[in-house]
Design a protein around this ligand. Structure first.
Ligand code: AMP
Ligand code: FES
Ligand code: ZN
Length: 306
């Protein structure tokens, strides 16, 4: 790890990663061992490694997988679900599974096609749906906190995107821990200081079976482009990616992006699902699902427990 000027053997690497994660959890006051953590698992290396690490560290961590129905060609969703279920059953852990098509009547690509929100790519529909379902399960099942597997490469790429457009409100909200608000779960990213390749190394050394393929719609995205720019920078200047992210967090703490007091103003509960929204009536997700259809009030989703 050139950026840390550190080289470890397998045995010590497998100790180093959880120890670092524990430090990050404490530093950003993410959660304690008395709290219930819901880990959103995609079947990829980051989120499955995160779940593995939290279990090893003795946290109360259950999984949530959202079946998106992205299955043409690669069987991406089917394979993701299989590997999440395998992980959970091998360790005797609880995994909640919410299949979007079963609960809301259509797959993500079908919703995108019907609502014309994603003529070429369903990514915005997908993001809106994942956020909605994660919040719903965290709230309905009384979890204290929602954890995702975002790593440093993800966070630095989002930061670069928001910086290039000077998106002040997004810069103000981006961080390792986002406090909960009425109706919205606290959100944390315990892997935010690990490089993507560090997490790949962890998953492989730990023998975690994960989906290698990216979502087929990810190709050509701005986020992948930004990641490549940052990788080029990192190649020339080891540690630049980590410094970019950490110095942003420091600058924000020092007040560089001091926000307007009224940014969180006037959120009200959605008339259908109860999650906070700035729009009167239905939230963006319920409006999307309801376009041309009756509004659905979903049940809590399926659970599989080994
Ligand atoms: P992505 O937006 O695909 O880069 O994923 C970022 C994080 O969101 C992952 O590390 C997971 O924690 C979570 N996530 C992504 N896809 C899913 C999914 N289908 N079900 C549950 N969590 C997911
Ligand atoms: Fe959602 Fe690709 S469109 S994961
Ligand atoms: Zn709603």
């Amino acid at each position: 790890m050139r950026q840390h000027k550190l080289a470890l053997c397998k045995e010590h690497y497998l100790e180093w990663v959880p120890a670092q994660t524990e430090r990050i959890i404490r530093k950003y006051e993410m959660f304690t061992r008395h709290e219930k953590v819901l880990v959103a698992v995609s079947g990829g290396k980051d989120s499955l490694s995160l779940w593995d690490i939290l279990i090893r560290l003795g946290y109360q961590a259950d999984g949530l997988y959202i079946g998106l129905g992205i299955d043409e060609g690669l069987h991406y969703s089917t394979e993701s679900r299989r590997l999440n279920e395998k992980f959970a059953s091998e360790r005797g852990m609880k995994l909640h599974v919410v299949d979007v098509a079963e609960v809301y009547g259509e797959t993500i690509p079908a919703i995108a096609a019907r609502t014309h929100r994603g003529k070429e790519k369903p990514c915005s529909v997908c993001g809106l749906t994942k956020r909605h379902v994660m919040n719903r399960i965290a709230r309905d099942m009384a979890y204290d906190v929602l954890a995702t597997g975002h790593n440093l490469d993800d966070e630095a790429a989002v930061l670069l995107g928001n910086t290039l457009t000077w998106s002040g409100e997004y810069l103000l909200r981006q961080g390792p821990a986002l406090p909960g608000t009425p109706g919205l779960a606290r959100k944390v990213k315990p892997l935010c200081r690990f490089y993507e390749r560090e997490m790949a190394a962890y998953a492989i050394l730990r023998g975690i079976e994960y989906v290698y393929d990216e979502c087929p719609f990810a190709a050509g995205s701005t986020s992948i482009f930004n990641k490549q720019l940052l990788n080029d920078l990192e190649h020339e200047r080891p540690g630049a990616k980590l410094a970019f992210y950490l110095r942003f967090l420091e600058a924000r703490k020092a007040g560089l992006f001091a926000g307007r007091e009224d940014v969180q103003q006037e959120l009200q509960p959605c008339a259908n699902c109860g999650q906070p929204t700035s729009a009167p009536g239905l939230c963006a997700f319920c409006r999307m699902v309801a376009t041309g259809k009756a509004v659905v009030a979903p049940g809590p989703g399926q659970e599989t427990e080994a």
